[in-house]
Design a protein around this ligand. Structure first.
Ligand SMILES: NC(=O)c1ccc[n+]([C@@H]2O[C@H](COP(=O)([O-])OP(=O)(O)OC[C@H]3O[C@@H](n4cnc5c(N)ncnc54)[C@H](OP(=O)(O)O)[C@@H]3O)[C@@H](O)[C@H]2O)c1
Length: 296
């Protein structure tokens, strides 16, 4: 049976994930895509009246202040955009009985141990971005008991602005290929994430609370970059094999916000919903690079 068509208000449609969701869903659902000029999350007090203009039954919030360094520099803005406004959106969803999916992050975790991080692991963020996102999760779930907080990590995909496109660019320019080797997470392909989120909208509206959505396995930035080089060569995006060098997170001075070193999320809850484990991140990366090479 075909999945029901939904009227989805998608926030953050111009972002890296939002662009992929738009292209994946626009044929099968009615999408409303207000941009920042129409609906500004920096102004929580104005949101309810603007939302009243849209006839939606589902709200997916991918919008946010997503750069940890920008959040560190603008903590008040981060609080309004990532925490207060999601709470307002959730209240509106409760009022009209709409399904709400709110995107969050592995950066809610402190990253100080290498045990699996499941949905019950206490979240203890170490930077302003993580604190504002955790406050957003709490505001959403307090205002809308049927909402779903979808935590994702290390997104890559067709919208670019991600690790694979940066690594390929550096390799082609002949830049140094040194990457942090002691910071780990689970890379996740936005094409597959779009499919998982769609199922949560159409088939699994009963799933609420916090859910981790990521591929299986773990990678350091260096592992991820090396896999891009290896698979990029294999699918014809790079003319020759190339090797990375490692750097230590503690010695890297380019970040203003502290980064959590280990944020590999456990995806067992997602696996039980899908009826199968999400594929390993390397397989997803291969599919993505094959598509970039015109072979997918
Ligand atoms: N990318 C990752 O690796 C990653 C990892 C973990 C979690 N996440 C989470 O996944 C979600 C999507 O991330 P992304 O990478 O797609 O983010 P992104 O590329 O940075 O896009 C952010 C979106 O939010 C919009 N936005 C920013 N400030 C706004 C405001 N004041 N009012 C309205 N819209 C505003 C942006 O609009 P403009 O075009 O107007 O700027 C853009 O559409 C976020 O919740 C993020 O925290 C992402």
């Amino acid at each position: 049976m075909a999945s029901p068509r939904r009227r989805i208000l998608l926030l953050g449609g111009s972002g890296r994930l939002g662009r992929v969701l738009t292209s994946a869903w626009h044929d099968r659902h009615d999408l409303f895509l207000p941009g920042r000029a129409q609906l500004d999350l920096a102004e929580p007090d104005h949101l309810s009246s603007t939302l009243a203009e849209f006839d939606f039954d589902t709200l997916v919030n991918t919008a946010g202040l997503t750069s940890p360094d920008a959040c560190e520099d603008n903590p008040d803005l981060a609080q309004r955009v990532n925490a207060e406004s999601p709470g307002v959106l959730a209240r509106v969803c409760t009022g009209r009985g709409a399904r709400m999916i709110h995107l969050s992050t592995d950066y809610v975790f402190a990253g100080d141990c290498s045990a699996p991080l499941d949905e019950t692991t206490p979240a203890v963020p170490v930077n302003t971005y993580g604190r504002s996102k955790l406050a957003g999760e709490e505001a959403v779930l307090a205002a809308c008991s049927d909402a779903l907080v979808a935590r994702v990590s290390w997104l890559f995909g067709e919208a670019g602005g991600d690790v694979p496109s940066a690594v390929l660019e550096r390799a082609r320019r002949g830049d140094a290929l040194d990457f942090i080797e002691d910071k780990c997470s689970a890379p996740t392909w936005t094409t597959e994430l779009a499919d998982w989120l769609e199922r949560l909208i159409t088939d699994h509206r009963e799933v609420t609370g916090v859910l981790h959505l990521c591929h299986s396995g773990a990678a350091s930035w260096r592992d991820f970059a090396q896999a891009v080089l290896d698979l990029g060569h294999e699918v014809g995006l790079l003319p020759e094999p190339m090797s990375t060098q490692g750097r230590r997170l503690a010695k890297f001075t380019g970040f203003r916000a502290v980064r959590p070193p280990w944020t590999v999320m456990d995806n067992t809850r997602l696996a039980s919903l899908l009826g199968a484990s999400p594929r390993p991140w390397q397989e997803a990366l291969r599919l993505h690079l094959q598509r970039l090479a015109g072979r997918g």
